[in-house]
Design a protein around this ligand. Structure first.
Ligand code: ADP
Ligand code: ZN
Length: 813
């Protein structure tokens, strides 16, 4: 008997899949992994089919009749089997609702848009007649009559209603009064598409004609698939000839959404041709061995900054491709996809897809499907690219594996690096984690023999590491009797760079102009209305902003608490540092690089491109500038208030500080000119700062590991944080107490439970938050404690959305 039912994961925060009937029309279709449209709570929704069954579901238990799948979305299943397994693991391991876990794996929904339709109800019709026959009407009633009349008998789309007087809002009011019903509908969006033609590499038949040879040559020299029109133009062959070759299997073709033309960022680029040095060769030879073995292997490539890890990555990709496998390269920042994507494309041609959230949906969908169709065997991207729908995966590279950007801070709360390791295991692939400053977890695994350790101990061509000087801000203040946004020492160093016409980079890890606005009379900071956090002043926008919830307001002239009149801006952010440098160096070319300035791919390219070309003298930036970039003429890196992270009550504060300083120091002296780094701090003795200055990772690891072991933190225990939250503080307290009772018995099973206590961010987006921290030396014990947590919530009527479980949190602050 044919399977008649199907389990569908839907993007809703519920912890189950949903059963739908498969209509006979879809009997011969492959359903598993396919995107489907199904009715859910009276509206159509896109989900993914996970499993088939021929058992009649228990409709009594389900409390509802089974509905049918309405539509199959794509001609092929979006998710290959391994990705379905991966999605299930994400849901299990990170305790994410299954549909939300799968949402992270699916392509953006560009084909459909949600719309609303209105129609008159029976009550609406009666009311309409009543109004029409009454002589005395209020203005409101006349307006209502006017609107109701327009509905006639049929249904009207909200896009039309929008143009009527009162618009959608008036219609929604009539819905609330019961005179209209609103229904959500999905409409197919018309995307303009183009025919794309590619050489069919799988077809090994010899080339049979000059036309074929010509087409092959053009497709190879332009590195890959071309729109049909362009191919006709470049080859001078007719459409009919090309169509015939498509039919014969010599070429393949598909429809793709239209995208803008060539990107000058890519076309003008000449990649460096480096000859690998001995260390690079040795590392690569080792990776080759793992790939040849064709089994899961995990390696840490620990190489100091500027040691040429990227060349090793490129070699590893080449090795994977030569074994007929595919590869993923993950980088932590969108900005890095630009460099790395370009390098990889220069080396491997058009079979490289780039995936990140800075792309418009339509472009991302195009890249995604290109990968799915097997047209791009290499994917470069940020966190979510770990889910790239490649088959036959041979290699996953995670560059700067320690970065917290790999952790998604919303459901599903996965870590891209750990997911990469799991995916490689699932697919029998090699995973290569690269870093100059590995996370404690990864280095610990390497030392314990779980990961192979590959080391690059020196910079390429034996260039020296930049020299790091610590600027003691306490001393500076004693001398100068005032605190300038940039120390005298750093100012002098910048001046000398300007004179010798090399470049400087200034890292200030805070956005905005001032961190906060303080009342001198009562000592209160101006706080966000929704969060327990001081607002940041942004001068260019003339407002105070919350970096957590987006709230903003005009800076008050008086203290909102005590009406005091002496309001005082405290602490310098990137905007202020940039302004100050303009004042100090009026003729220098200065630019800023942070999330306030650059958001789109184009803006990234502009600033980074200009800096790389030497059109900018000083680049001021947040941590976005610290990672991975390879600028050749930077001879000075200044770090303003290096110790910001150290003030945070977080077990990773020292690690973060060490990593950031080592990384940013690594940006200096990468070319032929040697570099210098100035680190400003109030805690010059702190080991994180001292050891970063010496760029001594092994000593830092020893010291930090010692603390972690003593205080029971990762990598020596498995850690999870559980938060109960609600707008009403009573609820948040009640639920966290209940959860406390639930967790208590697990203490006896080796799980240490801290809390409930007010979370470090005690209020966020109007919600009060109470936190538990769970620790256990055994992950399985921790898992047991967490697994029953949501069943407990159901039993106690605690809403699912009120509890956030974060497995392997990157921070507790
Ligand atoms: P890392 O990521 O380890 O900090 P990169 O991979 O960015 O370092 O390489 C640093 C620089 O060294 C790049 O400009 C790269 O082109 C160059 N490079 C890499 N390998 C070699 C080599 N074998 N010889 C000369 N230059 C190299
Ligand atoms: Zn806020």
């Amino acid at each position: 008997m044919m399977p008649r039912y199907c389990e569908v994961a839907l993007p809703v925060p519920l912890r189950s899949t949903f059963t739908y009937a498969v209509p006979a029309a879809f009997d011969n279709e492959q359903l598993v992994g396919r995107r489907v449209v199904v009715p859910f709570r009276n509206r159509p929704m896109i989900g993914v089919a996970l499993e088939l069954s021929s058992h009649t579901p228990d409709t009594v238990r389900l409390k509802a009749p089974i509905k049918e799948i309405v539509e199959l979305m794509d001609p092929v299943p979006a998710l290959p089997p391994k990705l379905i397994e991966l999605g299930q693991w994400i849901s299990r391991y990170y305790l994410a609702p299954i549909g939300e876990a799968f949402r992270a794996l699916l392509p953006p929904e560009i084909e459909l848009r949600h719309d609303r339709e209105y129609s008159l109800t029976e009550a609406g019709r009666r009311y309409l007649q009543e109004l029409a026959s009454s002589d005395e009407k209020t203005d409101v009633e006349s307006a209502e009559l006017d609107m109701l009349r327009r509905f006639g008998e049929g249904t009207v789309a909200s896009s039309r209603v929008d143009h009527w007087p009162g618009g959608d809002a008036a219609a929604m009011k009539l819905v609330r009064l019961g005179y209209l019903v609103a229904r959500e509908v999905l409409r197919r969006r018309k995307t303009r598409t183009q025919r794309i033609v590619a050489w069919n590499a799988a077809n090994r038949a010899p080339i049979a004609s000059a036309a074929e040879e010509k087409i092959r040559e053009v497709l190879m020299s332009t590195r890959g698939p071309l729109p049909l029109g362009l191919l006709i133009e470049k080859t001078g062959k007719s459409r009919a000839v090309i169509e015939r070759l498509v039919e014969g299997g010599r070429l393949i073709s598909w429809e793709e959404p239209l995208t803008p033309g060539e990107d000058p960022w890519e076309t003008d680029f000449v990649p460096p041709s480096n000859v690998l040095n001995a260390e690079q060769k040795q590392a690569l030879a080792e990776i080759w061995r793992w790939l040849v073995a064709g089994e899961f292997a995990a390696g840490l490539l620990h190489g100091v900054t500027g040691s040429g890890k990227t060349e090793v990555y490129l070699g590893a990709i080449e090795a994977a491709l030569s074994r007929g496998k595919t590869a993923i390269v993950l980088v932590p920042e969108i900005a890095l996809t630009l460099w790395v994507g370009r390098l990889v494309r220069a080396r491997f041609g058009a079979g490289v897809a780039v995936l990140h959230s800075g792309l418009p949906d339509i472009e991302r969908a195009r890249e995604w499907w290109r990968v799915r169709h097997g047209d791009a065997p290499i994917v470069v991207g940020t966190r979510s690219a770990v889910f790239a729908p490649l088959e036959n995966l041979g290699l996953v590279i995670v560059d700067e594996e320690q970065e917290s950007a790999y952790k998604q801070e919303e459901t599903p709360r996965y870590n891209g690096r750990d997911t990469a390791v799991y995916r490689a295991r699932l697919e029998g692939a090699v995973v290569l984690l690269g870093s100059a400053t590995p996370s404690l977890e990864t280095y610990h695994n390497a030392r314990a023999g779980k990961y192979h350790l590959l080391e690059l101990t020196s910079r390429v061509e034996n260039r020296p590491l930049a020299e790091v000087r610590i600027v003691d801000l306490r001393e500076e203040f004693r001398r100068e009797h005032r605190a300038a946004p940039v120390s005298a020492a750093l100012r002098a160093a910048i001046a000398s760079r300007l004179k010798e016409r090399t470049q400087a980079m200034v890292l200030i890890n805070r956005r905005g102009y001032s961190w906060s606005l303080l009342c001198r009379s009562c000592g209160a900071f101006v706080q966000c209305e929704n969060c327990s956090i001081a607002l940041t002043y942004h001068k260019s926008r003339q407002r105070l902003e919350c970096h957590y919830c987006g709230y903003f307001s005009r800076p008050p002239k008086q203290c909102p608490k005590c009406q005091g009149e002496y309001m005082y801006f405290v602490g310098e952010g990137a905007e202020r540092v940039e302004e100050y440098l303009h004042e100090q160096f009026p003729i220098a070319r200065i630019a800023r690089f942070d999330r306030d300035i650059v958001r789109t791919k184009h803006e990234y390219q502009q600033v980074l491109g200009a800096y790389a070309k030497g059109e900018i003298d000083i680049l001021v930036g947040t941590q976005m500038v610290a990672k991975g970039h390879d600028f050749q003429r930077v001879t000075l890196v200044g770090v303003v208030s290096a110790d910001l992270a150290l003030g945070r009550p977080d077990f990773r504060a020292a690690e973060r500080t060490f990593q950031l300083l080592t990384q940013v120091a690594g940006r200096a002296g990468r070319g032929e000119l040697s570099g210098e780094v100035l680190v400003e701090t109030y805690y010059p003795e702190h080991y994180a700062i001292q050891l970063a200055a010496q760029q001594d990772y092994p000593s830092f690891y020893e010291k930090e590991a010692h603390f972690r072991r003593m205080l029971h933190y990762p990598p020596f225990v498995a850690l999870a944080s559980v938060l109960a939250r609600d707008r009403k503080i009573e609820n948040a307290i009640r639920w966290s107490r209940a959860l406390g009772d639930y967790f208590m018995p697990f203490e006896k099973q080796g799980v240490k439970i801290l809390g409930p206590a007010a979370a470090p961010l005690a209020r966020l987006r109007r919600e009060y938050r109470f936190q538990f921290v769970l620790k256990s030396p055994r992950r399985s014990s921790l898992g047991r404690a967490l697994n029953g947590c949501f069943d407990f919530c159901v039993a106690k009527h605690i809403p699912d959305s009120a509890v956030i479980v974060d497995v392997d949190p990157t921070s507790l602050a």
